[in-house]
Design a binder for this molecule. Structure first.
Ligand code: NAD
Length: 503
C-alpha cells in the first residue's frame, strides 16, 4: 500500500479530482487481516454530502473526457496494463492479507482483472456505429454510440480487484467518468487498483473512489447526476439496488448471489472430476459466486464420489494467507461471516444431512484470531434442506444424490438462483441436453468454475442477476453507451441547378 492513499493513522482516503484526500466522514469501519483478526486500517463511511461532492467532480470531468477520442482513452489502458502487471505480486499480497485468499488465488483473480483491461484496450473497435446508405430515396441513416455521463460501481468483498476491473475499464474507454465504492471490508485492494490507474496519468476526476456503507450507496443510487449503476453483491442487496436505481431513472446492472449445481454422471472421469470439485467448492474458501457448493452424483457413482471427495477435501490445509505458509485454503472474510458459515453447518446436521468431513474442528494455532472454517462435506443432503437452498458462501460442500440427469435439470430450473451449472461427463449427448435445458446462465461442461473470461458476458439468470445488459464484454459496452440515430437528406439547390461542386 502506498502512503498516498492512507493517512498516518492508517485511515483510508477517498479519491476525488485526481487527489487522494481525507474523508469528512464521522463514522468509520475496521479493516482486518482475515488471517489473524488484527485491525490493519480504518475505513471512513462517507455520508451523502461527500458522495454528492465526489459525483459532482466526476461530472465536471465528463465533458472533456467524453470529447477525448476513444483511441486516446484506450491508450491510458495500455499504460494501466503495465502498471497492473508490475504491481501484480504486491497487489496479490495485499489482497491475501486483507481478504484471506491464498497468494495463488489472489494472483489468478488479478490476472482475470488484467484480461478485462486487455479487452478495454481494443474497445474502440466495438464503438463503431452502423449505417445504411439510401434507406429511403436520398436518405442515409446511421447510428453512433455516446457515453452516458457519471457511472458508479458498488462492489463486493470477495474479488476486491477483479470485480471493480469488470466495470471501470470498459466504462472509461466508452467515454464515461466513474466513481467506485469498493466493499468496506476490503477497501485497500480497491484503492490500490484505482491508484495504479491514476498513475497511468488519467486526467483528474475521470476515476474517483468513495468508501462507505448503505448511506453512501443510497446517495449514489439517487444522485441526479449518476446515469448508470453497476452492482455486484448478495441477492437481497442486488434486488434493492436494481429497484431503487431504476426507480430513480438510472440504468442498472445488478449481479447477486448464487447456488451452483455440479452434476457428476456415471461416465465422468473421476480423477479429474474429484480434483475439479474440490477446487470449485473450496477454492477461495468457497467465497465465490461461481463456486460449486452442490455436488449431484447421478445414479450409482455416488458412493465412490462421496468417499473420494471427502478424502481429497481432508487433504486441504487451512491456514494463514498473510505470510509464507503451506495453506491451500485461507480464512473467511470476517468473524460474523465465520459465525454464519458455522451456523449453516450446525443447521445441516440438525436437518439430518450426514457430515463426512467437519470443518468446525479446524485448528490454526500459528494464527489465532483468524476467521477459519475447515473444508466440510455433507452427504445425504435433500434438495429442500437449508444447506441445499441458501448461499452459504463458505467451504461447505453438500452432496445431493439423484437418480437421473432429468431430475437434476429440473432442480436447476426450480432453483431461485441461476448463475452456474456444471456437468462432468464423457457423453456428448448428455452434455448437449444439459447445456440446452439447465436453468442457469453460465454452463460448464467438464469445467468446474465456468466464470466467463473478459471476452464473454457474466450471464447470470433468475435471482442471480437483475437488469438487462450483463457485466463484461460487449454487453458491458452496450450498458455504458447510448445510441444516437441520425437520418440525413441533402437537397438539390432550390433552382434545380447543379451546385458549385458540380453535384
Ligand atoms: P453485500 O451485498 O453484502 O455487499 C456488496 C456491496 O453492497 C458492498 O459494497 C456493500 O457496501 C454494499 N451494501 C451492503 N449492504 C447494503 C445496503 N443495505 N444498502 C446498500 N448497499 C449495501 O455482498 P458481499 O458480502 O460483499 O459479497 C458477497 C456476495 O456477492 C455473495 O452473495 C456473492 O455471491 C455475490 N457475488 C456475486 C457475483 C456475481 O457476479 N453474481 C460476483 C461476486 C460476488
Amino acid at each position: 500500500m502506498t502512503t498516498a492513499t492512507l493517512d498516518q493513522a492508517n485511515t483510508c482516503k477517498i479519491l476525488t479530482g485526481g487527489n487522494w484526500t481525507d474523508s469528512k466522514a464521522t463514522r468509520f469501519g475496521e479493516v482486518t487481516n482475515s488471517s489473524t483478526g488484527e485491525t490493519i486500517a480504518r475505513v471512513p463511511l462517507c455520508g451523502a454530502d461527500e458522495a454528492d461532492r465526489v459525483i459532482r467532480t466526476a461530472h465536471e470531468a465528463f465533458e472533456s473526457w467524453s470529447e477525448t477520442p476513444a483511441p486516446e482513452r484506450a491508450r491510458y489502458m495500455f499504460k494501466y496494463l503495465e502498471n497492473l502487471r508490475g504491481a501484480q505480486d504486491e497487489l496479490a499480497r495485499l489482497m491475501s492479507r486483507e481478504h484471506g485468499k491464498t497468494f495463488g488465488e489472489s494472483q489468478a483473480s488479478i490476472q482475470r482483472g488484467i484480461e478485462m483491461v486487455e479487452y478495454a484496450c481494443g474497445l474502440p473497435a466495438l464503438l463503431m456505429g452502423e449505417t445504411i446508405e439510401n434507406i429511403a430515396r436520398g436518405v442515409d441513416s446511421e447510428t453512433q454510440r455516446h457515453p452516458l455521463g457519471v457511472c458508479v460501481g458498488i462492489t463486493p468483498f470477495n474479488f476486491p480487484a477483479m470485480v471493480p476491473l469488470w466495470m471501470f475499464p470498459i466504462a472509461l474507454v466508452c467515454g464515461n467518468t466513474f466513481v467506485l465504492k469498493p466493499s468496506e471490508k476490503v477497501p485497500l485492494s480497491g484503492m490500490r487498483v484505482v491508484e495504479l490507474l491514476q498513475d497511468a496519468g488519467l486526467p483528474p476526476g475521470v476515476i474517483s473512489l468513495l468508501h462507505g456503507d448503505k448511506e453512501c450507496v443510497d446517495a449514489m443510487l439517487n444522485h441526479p447526476l449518476v446515469r448508470a449503476i453497476s452492482f455486484v453483491g448478495s441477492t437481497p442487496i442486488a434486488e434493492y439496488i436494481y429497484r431503487t436505481g431504476t426507480a430513480a431513472g438510472k440504468r442498472v446492472q445488478s449481479a447477486g448471489g448464487a447456488k451452483n449445481h455440479i452434476f457428476i454422471m456415471p461416465d465422468a472421469i473421476l480423477d479429474r472430476t474429484i480434483e475439479a470439485l474440490v477446487g470449485s467448492a473450496f477454492g477461495c474458501a468457497g467465497e465465490r459466486c461461481m463456486a460449486g457448493p452442490l455436488a449431484l452424483p447421478v445414479g450409482d457413482v455416488a458412493d465412490e464420489v462421496v468417499e473420494r471427495l471427502t478424502e481429497a477435501a481432508a487433504k486441504l490445509k487451512t491456514g494463514p494467507t498473510d505470510r509464507e505458509s503451506n495453506a491451500t485454503m485461507g480464512p473467511l472474510i470476517s468473524k460474523e461471516h465465520q459465525k454464519s458459515v458455522l451456523g449453516y453447518i450446525d443447521k445441516g446436521e440438525a436437518e439430518g444431512a450426514k457430515l463426512t468431513l467437519d470443518g468446525r474442528k479446524v485448528s490454526v494455532p500459528e494464527a489465532p484470531g483468524g476467521y477459519y472454517v475447515g473444508p466440510t462435506v455433507f452427504d445425504a443432503v435433500k434438495p429442500n434442506m437449508t444447506i441445499a437452498q441458501e448461499e452459504v458462501f463458505g467451504p461447505v460442500l453438500a452432496v445431493v444424490r439423484i437418480k437421473s440427469l432429468e431430475e437434476g435439470i429440473r432442480l436447476t430450473q426450480e432453483s431461485p438462483y441461476g448463475n452456474g451449472a456444471v456437468i462432468y461427463t464423457q457423453s456428448g449427448r448428455a452434455a448437449r441436453e444439459f447445456k440446452r435445458r439447465a436453468g442457469a446462465g453460465m454452463i460448464g461442461i467438464n469445467v468446474g468454475v465456468p466464470a466467463p473470461m473478459a471476452w464473454f458476458p457474466f450471464t447470470g439468470w433468475s435471482r442471480s442477476f437483475f437488469g438487462d445488459l450483463h457485466i463484461q464484454a460487449k454487453e458491458g459496452m452496450l450498458f455504458y453507451t447510448q445510441q444516437k440515430m441520425t437520418m440525413s437528406r441533402w437537397f438539390k439547390s432550390t433552382d434545380g441547378t447543379l451546385g458549385s461542386w458540380g453535384i
